[in-house]
Design a protein around this ligand. Structure first.
Ligand SMILES: Cc1cc2nc3c(=O)[nH]c(=O)nc-3n(C[C@H](O)[C@H](O)[C@H](O)COP(=O)(O)OP(=O)(O)OC[C@H]3O[C@@H](n4cnc5c(N)ncnc54)[C@H](O)[C@@H]3O)c2cc1C
Length: 401
């Protein structure tokens, strides 16, 4: 869907050995945001991607920025109030950061601030809404209880409204980031797969078929770590999420984000169709399931379509259907920072769950600080070195059944 309305810059593959202060592996939102931030701090940065910009999950994302899938109340229960409040702080800063980069670099990527609504699919106020409301109010989020989501044909029942969430076109954003990286003197190589990373506390070497990259630090931003050593065993599991894009008449639906407390849950946003179209796209996702998925994908798409048509009778033909991989951290918090199984100069950004736009941006902020030797108060919270079990609680995986 995004590829139909974005033009992605392409770059030549690596051609021989080279050096940089930092080598970033992966040109999704995590890698490109990190590269951009480090360049702004005066580092020399080289980005490689085995395919091209946005070829991974960022191109499959529905790209809205909203509260954690895991819910603040769950995070408070598992990690305590101080850390859950830090998550809220990181979410706020990450969303502001994306907005600020878009403004500074004048990236035309349909970014908009809009309200997000969480509701119970059974139409009643429930314990999840109640505890989420209590915790987020305490954390100072702009959250309100409403009788229903306004402006929809179907009655959602009581809901929470989170003000000033965000959505954007993920590939247009990446294309803009890539242009800014080149303007700042960075280098990007498509079709360059990292095969291995090795070295010591001073220098790391990224080995590729086309040559070796020697760098003072390496950032693994490949979503799925491509070497076991890049993440401690048992910290995350792979899920799959499914999405449809259905035509709806322009301006017929309120501009809002929706998601529910169901299991499996559904999420909804609007997106522009091609500029000449007289309709827009209702993007409906969900049916998250542990990889490898079963039953077959078509059944998941059918379920999503039935769910969407029951609630949005205006919806017309399905133009797009796709799925992608979501890395679910067992304790609900992304894995961002120094890789404990390496020297101190190898960093990872993974375990994004369904909040990758936010987590990857927070990861870029955090890793940039760590590479520059600055303290960051999220370091311990997101540390990939934390224990895979928290407070004696068994890891809980995913939102799916
Ligand atoms: C269907 C779906 C809907 C989603 N919706 C949302 C949403 O609404 N909001 C939200 O916040 N998040 C959402 N997410 C999650 C989000 O999209 C991801 O967490 C995020 O895009 C991950 O970004 P990334 O940069 O870490 O990885 P990617 O975008 O996957 O980028 C990794 C890159 O690394 C490259 N690579 C891999 N291995 C190598 C190697 N060995 N050498 C070189 N390059 C390599 C790949 O080619 C790829 O381009 C969704 C995900 C899915 C699948």
């Amino acid at each position: 869907m995004w590829l139909d309305s974005a033009s992605m810059p392409a770059f030549p593959a690596l051609d021989g050995d080279t050096t940089a202060d930092v080598c970033v592996i992966g040109a999704g939102i995590a890698g490109l945001t990190t590269a951009y931030m480090l360049l702004r701090e005066g580092k020399t940065v080289l980005v490689i991607d085995s395919a091209g910009i946005g070829a991974g999950e960022t191109g499959r994302s529905t790209a809205h920025m909203f509260p954690p899938d895991e819910r603040f109340s769950e995070l408070e229960r598992g990690f305590g109030t101080v850390k859950a409040a830090l998550v809220a702080d990181s979410y706020r800063r990450a969303t502001d950061c994306v907005e600020s980069i878009i403004r500074v670099e004048q990236i035309d990527c349909e970014f908009e601030r809009l309200d997000g609504y969480l509701f119970n699919p059974h139409g009643q106020w429930n314990a999840v809404l109640e505890s989420e409301y209590a915790v987020t109010s305490r954390f100072g989020l702009d959250v309100r209880r409403l009788e229903r989501v306004p402006g929809l044909q179907f009655d959602t029942g009581p809901c929470l409204r989170f003000a000033r969430q965000a959505q954007f076109h993920p590939l247009k954003y990446l294309a803009g980031l890539a242009r800014a990286i080149i303007t700042l003197g960075g280098t990007i190589h498509d079709h360059t797969r990292a095969l291995d990373v090795g070295g010591d506390a001073v220098t790391q070497t990224v080995r590729c078929k086309q040559g070796a990259i020697t760098a003072g630090a390496v950032v693994i931003a490949t979503n799925v770590p491509f070497i076991d050593r890049f993440v401690k065993h048992g910290m995350q599991q792979s899920y799959r999420s499914y999405v449809l894009g259905l035509r709806v008449p322009k301006d017929a639906l309120p501009r809002a984000l929706l998601w529910d407390t169901g299991k499996p849950y559904y999420y909804v946003r609007l997106a522009s169709a091609r500029p000449d179209a007289n309709y827009e796209l209702l993007v409906v996702g969900g049916q998250d399931h542990q990889d490898p998925a079963s039953p077959p994908a078509q059944q998941r798409y059918d379920e999503i379509e039935a769910w969407a048509r029951a609630r949005f009778p205006l919806a017309g033909q399905v133009d797009y259907a796709w799925s992608g991989r979501v890395m679910e951290p067992g304790d609900g918090i992304a894995l961002l920072g120094r890789n404990p199984l390496d020297e101190g100069n190898v960093f990872i950004i993974t375990g994004d769950s369904g909040n990758g736009m936010t987590h990857c941006t927070a990861g870029a902020i955090l890793v940039t600080d760590q590479i520059l030797g600055r303290t960051n108060r999220w370091s311990e919270l997101y540390s990939p070195d934390r224990e895979p079990f928290h407070g004696g609680t068994q890891l809980r995986f995913g939102t799916g059944p």
